[in-house]
Design a protein around this ligand. Structure first.
Ligand code: PEP
Ligand code: MG
Length: 658
């Protein structure tokens, strides 16, 4: 019995989803296989499953044979189509991919650059700066016995090997039973435990033992073979799994030798951990609070080390390759996790520079942290909503950590650009619903697709345009493509059942655009009603980012529930200065009186009509401008999560008359 489907698991079946899929498959008695491009593998082996390299939006077939085949297919297809269903809250809100909580900055995916005069440069994997004593962690390589076994030794060696595997699994089970593990760490240890329990790895080792190799040599060879398979796949998530296979292999070898790995227990407060590679297993047990920074030969932005470092706020530079050997004897190391710079034994001036940057950052962080839970109010008691601008579910945690009072701008473009096809209504509904649930009861303002010829996406043919910024983009394109627009509106109506969803239209320059959208929203609601699909209404607002919208703000305010001022585009259109062109950057200035007047006109029109006026352009996070915006009557400011606490502080100080 078999059924095919399109995989909707974000970024495909890499470590964590593969582990979950295997767990589901193992709950059934039937033999279950997953088939892709004619290749079938057991759905009960996460290593085999990962090596099948199933990507999001690919077609696969689930094949089952046994008494509970129907139930198995139902459950596994269900997972592939709707991976978030049935997860507990922790898992559902964990980062959707292994890359961590926030999208990696562009620099993180950049290959390591060559050495520089003042040190080394690697992959900037976790932001922040650090300077401290070096803690070199280069555990000795493990070697096998290097002799062939006699035939009568083989059975005993296999028993010894199985006992070592069982001991490693039991140790990982004990780690998983600890309450202290975060959801992310638990996922990582669970993925390692799965590799340790997988017969792809242990079976390969047993084959080598049967061939006469001692267990340690057999394990080393098997780990290299399986790791090489992972390295050969054209997918950076799966490449990072090669390190996990080596880490598991090493633990099994140590158990065979009756040795403990070199411990990180003795690392001193604020030390910089230097290693060729740190297995996720070691790192998950390391005293993370004491580690000042991490520098590694292996690893990249998607490796477990990067994930753990980012989630604990530890600056990290990874991927130095063999150049890590230059740090083996370092006494002191300075690193910049934003740029990837590593300085060995910095001179006094460099050390002082790094130390003052570390101190300033810590002081600012500590001072601002108190504002996370503050609800900023003006002197008259009016609450100002300080919300987050985000573009993916991975950023939810960073926004919540910062104390965001909802989302003031969810840019939906990434959802469309990340995929090879236009995202389905179901996938969109699931994304928007996850967002609404995460922030309820605070509002989540989702901006409808804002894309034009400068950022083409698969599935939409854009014409060649002389000037795409003045062309077929945003609401203009959406209204011309109701097939795309209605799919998004239907998804938003469905998601509105799950929280406080509001919707805003980008690039509005004419009242007709709002009216036409309303007709489409009503049409979508009527369709969903007729289909019996649960849905709810939402507030409809507009972005004010064209001069035309400013000039018709009074009329617009009568037709919409809120304004959100997009100062990035508004500035470029008011000043006729391309926001991407450095030669006119001086003109592209939000503080120019022309732009500030446009903002004030908008605010006045909104306040007079009694609707909410907010701002989601970059200027919303500027402490020097926030007082002026609030005096104009704005009551919502949406910004990148990193600016939230500072903005709350500014508003609080303003209310106190400081
Ligand atoms: C803006 O234009 O101010 C805005 C928030 O939208 P974007 O930067 O996505 O164009
Ligand atoms: Mg804009």
């Amino acid at each position: 019995m078999e059924r095919s489907t399109i995989v909707r698991v974000h970024e495909g079946l890499h470590a964590r989803p593969a582990t979950r899929f295997v767990k589901l498959a193992k709950a059934f008695e039937s033999d279950v296989e997953l088939v892709k491009d004619g290749k079938a593998v057991s759905a009960k082996s996460s290593v085999k499953l990962m090596l099948l390299a199933v990507k999001e939006n690919q077609e696969v077939t689930v094949r089952a044979n046994g008494a509970d085949a129907i139930e198995a297919i139902e459950a596994l297809i269900g997972y592939l189509e709707n991976p978030k269903a049935g997860l507990d809250d922790d898992e559902a809100h964990a980062p959707a991919n292994d890359a961590g909580k926030k999208a990696a900055p562009a620099s993180q995916s950049a290959p390591a650059a060559p050495a520089e005069a003042n040190g080394l440069r690697g992959v900037a994997a976790s932001e922040g700066v650090a300077v401290g004593p070096a803690f070199a962690h280069f555990p000795p390589d493990i070697a096998g016995q290097g002799r062939m076994l006699q035939a009568d030794e083989i059975a005993g060696e296999i028993d010894r090997f199985r006992a070592a595997v069982a001991a490693v699994q039991a140790r990982m089970d004990r780690a998983l039973a600890q309450d202290s593990l975060s959801a992310g760490e638990r996922g990582i240890v669970a993925a390692l435990r799965d590799i340790a329990a997988d017969d792809s790895l242990t079976g390969e080792a047993e084959k080598a033992i049967k061939g006469g190799n001692d267990a340690v040599s057999a394990m080393i060879t098997a780990a290299s073979t399986i790791a090489a398979d992972f390295s050969a796949v054209d997918d950076h998530y799966l490449n990072a799994r090669a390190d996990d296979v080596h880490a598991v292999g090493r633990q099994i070898c140590l158990a065979l030798l009756g040795q403990d790995d070199v411990s990180l227990e003795n690392i001193s407060q604020g030390a910089i951990l230097i290693a060729d590679d740190i297995g996720a297993w070691d790192l998950a047990r390391a005293p993370l609070k004491r580690i000042g920074g991490v520098v590694c030969g292996h690893g990249g932005a998607t490796s477990h080390i990067a994930i753990i470092a980012r989630s604990h706020g530890i600056p990290a530079v990874l991927g130095l390759g063999d150049r890590i050997n230059a740090l083996r004897t370092a006494q002191e190391v300075a690193l910049d996790g934003n740029t990837g710079q590593v300085i060995i034994d910095p001179d006094a001036a460099t050390r002082a520079d790094f130390a003052s940057r570390v101190e300033a950052a810590a002081k600012e962080r500590a001072g601002l942290a108190a504002f996370k839970t503050v609800t900023p109010k003006l002197a008259d008691g009016k609450v100002i909503e300080v919300a987050a601008n985000i573009g993916s579910l991975e950023e939810i945690e960073a926004a919540q950590e910062a104390g965001a009072m909802g989302v003031g701008l969810f840019r939906t473009e990434l959802l469309f650009m990340r995929h090879m096809h236009l995202p389905s209504e179901d996938m969109q509904a699931e994304t928007y619903a996850a967002l609404a649930k995460a922030f309820a009861p605070y509002p989540v303002i989702v901006r409808t697709l804002d894309i034009g010829g400068d950022k083409p996406i698969a599935g939409i043919e854009f014409p060649d345009e002389e000037n795409p910024f003045l062309g077929w983009r945003g609401i203009r394109m959406c209204l011309d493509r109701p097939d795309i627009f209605k799919r998004q509106l239907r998804a938003l109506l469905r998601a509105a059942v799950h929280g406080n969803i509001k919707v805003m239209l980008p690039m509005v320059s004419d009242l007709g655009e709002v009216r036409q959208t309303r007709v489409l929203v009503d049409e979508c609601a009527a369709e969903l009603q007729a289909e019996g699909v649960p849905h709810a209404t939402f507030d409809l607002g507009v972005m004010i980012e064209t001069p035309a919208a400013v000039l018709i703000a009074r009329a617009l305010a009568k037709e919409v529930a809120f304004f959100s001022i997009g100062t990035n585009d508004l500035t470029q259109y008011i000043m006729a200065a391309d926001r991407l062109n450095p030669t006119v950057a001086k003109l592209n200035d939000v503080t120019n009186p022309a732009v500030m007047s446009a903002i004030e006109l908008t605010a006045r029109a909104g306040v007079a009509a009694g609707i909410m006026v907010g701002m989601c352009g970059e200027a919303a996070g500027r402490p020097d401008l926030i007082p002026a915006f609030l005096e104009m009557g704005l009551t919502e400011l949406s910004m990148s999560p990193a600016s939230i606490q500072r903005a709350k502080k500014t508003i609080t100080a303003m209310a106190a008359g400081e």
